[in-house]
Design a protein around this ligand. Structure first.
Ligand code: ADP
Ligand code: MG
Length: 255
């Protein structure tokens, strides 16, 4: 369903002294329909860059991305926008994903209108209400602004907004790491339920092996821009080979 081949991205920043970072180096992986792939690694190892490259929010230096057989790199901006019904991303900071000047209902309806989901406003609202039900939210949030809701509510709104477009693939970039511990498990359960109910394909990105081991069957370990080890959850946790994976597993096992 989602395949990336030899993705490379380097950043160059700084004004006088240029600073170069090879954020993503030769990253390749494939996720079959209905599967969850976990991508784990320390902060700064290039995980979010991989996510942004797949969404074409940034352009790779080289590499290929295929979504359900479609070569995303070959698409124009307009054609890529059309693909956004098939692939959606959920970021770490739910607040920054919502327009602070728009009421929640408008933020939810707008992408549905753009992508022609539902035949009329009433149908779109009914679909949002159905999704709110699934994620445990009430429609009294519709008339609020983003500053009038909690982080946990915001992330569940973002999940509903993404799901409303019926995507085939969902990229989750540390979706619960900014939430209170009490709400983290709740949001994780919602994501797992939705994945099962809709037979969705997830790329789940996290620095936390514990979260991934609960969520994913297959885990890829990233270090300094490269995938250094890949395998089933059991293999990664019980028989890590790479020294970096061993370190991650040691930290995980201490808890
Ligand atoms: P992660 O999500 O694993 O924490 P990122 O993909 O955000 O890592 O970042 C990978 C590396 O690229 C880091 O060293 C980060 O500082 C750098 N980086 C990310 N975005 C940019 C950018 N726009 N300009 C320059 N460097 C960047
Ligand atoms: Mg990140």
């Amino acid at each position: 369903m989602l395949k990336v081949e030899n993705l490379n991205k380097h950043y160059c920043s700084g004004i006088i002294r240029k600073h170069h970072v090879n954020a993503v180096k030769n990253v390749s992986f494939e996720i079959q329909k209905g599967n969850i792939l976990g991508l784990v690694g320390n902060s700064g190892c290039g995980k979010s860059t991989v996510a942004r490259l797949i969404m074409r929010l940034i352009e790779p230096d080289s590499g290929k991305i295929f979504l359900d057989g479609i070569d995303l790199m070959g698409l124009s901006y307009q054609k890529m926008k059309e693909q956004l019904t098939n692939i959606q991303i959920i970021f770490q900071h739910p607040e920054s994903s919502l327009d602070p000047h728009k009421k929640i209902l408008s933020s939810l309806l707008e992408p549905m209108e753009i992508h022609g989901i539902g035949s009329c406003k009433e149908e779109r609202i009914a679909k949002i209400e159905e999704l709110f039900d699934l994620v445990g939210l009430k429609n009294n949030l519709f008339t609020r602004f983003p500053h009038q809701i909690s982080g946990g509510e915001a992330q569940r709104i973002i999940i509903s907004r993404a799901m409303a477009l019926n995507p085939k693939v969902l990229i989750l970039d540390e979706p619960t790491s900014m939430l209170d511990v009490s709400i983290q498990a709740h949001v994780m359960n919602i994501l797992k339920d939705l994945q099962k109910k809709r037979d969705m394909t997830y790329l789940f990105i996290s620095h936390d092996l514990e979260v991934l081991s609960w969520f994913c069957d297959e885990i890829h370990v990233m270090n300094k821009g490269e995938i250094v080890e890949r395998g089933s959850k059991d293999k990664i946790i019980n028989d890590p080979q790479n020294p970096f994976t061993k370190e991650l597993v040691d930290c995980f096992c201490k808890f």
